[in-house]
Design a protein around this ligand. Structure first.
Ligand code: CMP
Length: 155
């Protein structure tokens, strides 16, 4: 038991605490269903900070660049068409280990696999309208924040 406790304590200590900024998009379905407030409420309740925020109607070039890694996949055209179909909230979110914290909070990409308590597990049903996008890792976060906030984040 003592050994287990020591291992657990060490595991917690070994988990790096890194201040990160990640990108969150609320997709047109989330905006249309008036879930902007609910999603931001959950992010802020988690002790994460919104450091950039705007409501935009993204053009095709921006969305194709955003989803560049998915180019050639069967769902690429559908997801680009969907994201350009209406208004989107783009947010830069900052906090300790924010990338993983937000991904976990949003739940699995397919809402049918998302755990209850997550945004998708509570509020979504379809992978085509899974309400949000959030950056997958540090490289994606840096690239995506720069892409959606090319003017820079407000100080
Ligand atoms: P997102 O996290 O924004 O990343 C790519 C999006 O494509 C994804 O959420 C889904 O909304 C959409 N998508 C549709 N079908 C699939 C699929 N089979 N695998 C992954 N993403 C998909």
């Amino acid at each position: 038991m003592q050994t287990l406790e020591r291992c657990c304590a060490q595991a917690i200590c070994l988990q790096e605490r890194t201040m990160e900024t990640t990108l969150v998009l609320i997709k047109p379905g989330g905006v249309n269903r008036r879930l902007i407030g609910e999603i931001i409420r959950r992010i802020e309740a988690r002790d994460l900070t919104v450091v950039g925020l705007k409501l935009v109607r993204p053009n095709r070039a921006l969305v194709e660049e955003h989803y560049a890694e998915h180019r050639g996949k069967g769902f690429f055209d559908d997801v680009v068409n969907y994201l350009t179909s209406g208004r989107v909230v783009a947010m830069a979110v900052e906090g300790v280990n924010a990338i993983q914290a937000v991904r976990t909070m949003m739940g699995a990409t397919n809402p049918l696999e998302a755990t209850p308590g997550s945004v998708r597990g509570d509020l979504a049903l379809s992978i085509d309208d899974n309400l949000t996008h959030s950056s997958s890792d540090a490289d994606a976060a840096a690239r995506e924040v720069k892409l959606w906030f090319s003017e820079g984040l407000p100080k």
